[in-house]
Design a protein around this ligand. Sequence first.
Ligand SMILES: [Zn+2]
Length: 207
Amino acid sequence: MRCLMCGKKIEEQGFSGLFYPGDLLCGECRGEWQKDGNYHSFGDFQVYTSYIYNDAFSSCLLQFKECGDEALMDVFLYRIRNELRKKYRGYTWLLMPSTAENEERRGFHHLKEMFSSLRMPVMEPFEKDSDEIQKKLGYEERQKMSSQIRLKRNITIPSRVVLADDIVTTGATMRGARNALAGKKIKIAYYAVAYVEKKQAFLNRGD
Ligand SMILES: [Zn+2]
């Protein structure tokens, strides 16, 4: 088997092959991923992240999201699957929305593919307006909507949920989703695969 990022042959007998059989990245590429495992504070909520968003992570995510390389879908959670299953046992994953335009352009919902490997309950209860729709709204309408994110109609939200995204930068998306859930008596946790440190944030295009 060859590494999906660098194309080199993966040594199944090697150290990492022993502990992570079937990993789709070679030990060298995997070694460039920087572990995190911390909570990051965004005002009144905290987001748990598994990795730091560095060059290795970002090129892998870019190849998956923007180049449509769906073979990479299992790479992101591969080494943290068991940890996440344990940590969020009994929770339902609520995926952050993409705009319809982005999803159509990609032809798939990248988060759905990413989180399906957990084999846990996953929902897509949110909708997100595109910037175009926002511009068409009048000033007052825009003021009324605190974010572009709202709940879809006729959705029942389970009592324990994790708001989930691929990366977290300013926390604005999760805050919007959290606000869309306001008034519900539910327990909310926050998770992103990678944390974008402030020095990296200007390189990140969001969504
Ligand atoms: Zn590699």
